[in-house]
Ligand binder design. Sequence first.
Ligand code: ZN
Length: 166
Amino acid sequence: MDIKALQIERKYFADMREKIRHNGDLAVFYDHLLEETGTRAYDNRSHALRACCKWFGVDYYALQQVKDIRQVNLCKDKFCYNCQSVLAARRYIKYSPILDALYDDYAICHMVVTIPNVYGDELPPALDKMHKGFKWLLGYMSGHVGIRGFDFEQYGYAGALRALWK
Ligand SMILES: [Zn+2]
């Protein structure tokens, strides 16, 4: 194994610091929500945002002068640029081999569907509608459901990935 290939450059950490630069501002937003609502979950989010990428779990091998990063704390907040970048990179690593294999034979399309914001108890039915809508869309694309005078099968549907950003 080429150990050089596994080294992390200082720039990586500088980029990470840049990505979490606004986390303090986001944490203040959650602090205000905590004051307004008294909901303790906002306090947890605030602390998590402030602590994002602030500590690393490292195995240190002094003889070899190697630090093996085993764990990094991530806040996983939907507004944290760093954590969203990590999530996007994980999705890329997970799905790009599949998409690359299909790339020569199929047109790959990307579609973003949004709905207006909903509050608390409106969320479960909204998610349910989105799941049903996706299933309904796939019915058309796969040719199982048709619209008179329009042939969806001409597009050669092979499959779909769905990601819910919440
Ligand atoms: Zn984060």
